[in-house]
Design a binder for this molecule. Structure first.
Ligand code: ARG
Length: 280
């Protein structure tokens, strides 16, 4: 079994002090269903503490009243090599988050690029090795894939999402680690939920990632793929038991973190985590 190596990570998170479900922009959200903000904060705190215990760095952006979804920092931008592309939300309810995230990036030494097309950051863009996997179908516009390719000068692979429950790419794919080749980082190990994609996208994934972990619909339905990996430890929902076993078989160490309260807003571990990739 390969020896899995943990890589140091730097993340941006946002304490869910104003978390609630007051509108419905994905099928998980039910505004009439009461939410428990204190419970959301406590669960979030466990995720934060777990990252620190694993030796990662976590930066914080201040939560703002009236922006209950700001806890899902993955949607705040997309950052590679110290360059931060801001976001333009599809939905009006979240557009108030765009400027605060760009302001945070600028104040923290990142080069900020204002976006043109609609896209929701690391919710739909995942860096896999040197390739950007890009989702579309529900939130990020197809045109944004060209824009992100231009901004970062990297190959972009467009993938079409078809199930409204898995409306962001990070609910259907988890990048586990980069794979080193003779000329640098060439590929990546990934896990994904095949039923979240249309047929052509499934074929692309099969071709590019023949060794990928294929996650069951049952594990996908509990947001099992909305996980964060450092290359060795994979933080996942405790309800994704099949995925947990698949990860162990491949030599990864799953670490269960329960964000059930934040799932009421349609988000999980990865949604609450934005990776800050510095200059090489
Ligand atoms: N309520 C939020 C929305 O629908 C949840 C965002 C989840 N984020 C993610 N990266 N998948 O926009």
């Amino acid at each position: 079994m390969p020896d899995r190596i943990a890589q140091h990570r730097r993340y941006l998170m946002c304490r869910p002090e104003f978390f609630t479900v007051s509108y419905r922009i994905n099928p998980w959200m039910e505004p009439t269903h009461p939410t428990d903000t204190a419970k959301a904060v406590a669960q979030w705190q466990t995720l934060y503490d777990t990252y620190l215990a694993l030796g990662h760095e976590v930066e914080l952006i201040d939560p703002l009243p009236g922006l209950p979804d700001m806890v899902y920092t993955a949607n705040g931008g997309f950052i590679i090599d110290g360059r931060a592309l801001g976001v333009r939300f599809r939905v009006d309810e979240r557009r108030g988050e765009e400027q605060p995230f760009m302001d945070w990036f600028a104040a923290n030494g990142l080069e900020v690029i204002s976006p043109v097309d609609v896209q929701e950051g690391e919710g739909d863009f995942l860096l896999a090795g040197d390739t950007i996997l890009a989702g579309t179908g529900f939130r990020s516009a197809g045109d944004s894939h060209r824009e992100v390719a231009g901004v970062f000068g990297r190959e972009v692979v467009s993938l079409q999402l078809v199930d409204p429950r898995f409306y962001h790419l990070d609910t259907a794919i988890c990048v586990l680690d980069p794979v080193q080749g003779p000329t640098g980082v060439e590929a990546a190990n990934i896990a994904y939920l095949p039923s979240a994609f249309d047929e052509p996208s499934r074929r692309v994934l099969e071709q590019r990632y023949p060794d990928a972990i294929l996650v069951s619909d049952a594990d996908g339905a509990v947001f099992g793929l909305n996980a964060a990996s450092d290359g060795r430890h994979v933080l996942i929902s405790p309800r994704a038991t099949g995925f947990d076993a698949q990860l162990r078989e491949r030599g990864y160490t799953p670490v269960a973190v329960d964000l059930s309260e934040l799932l009421l807003g349609g988000g999980g571990i990865k949604c609450c985590t934005l990776e800050l990739r510095g200059k090489k």
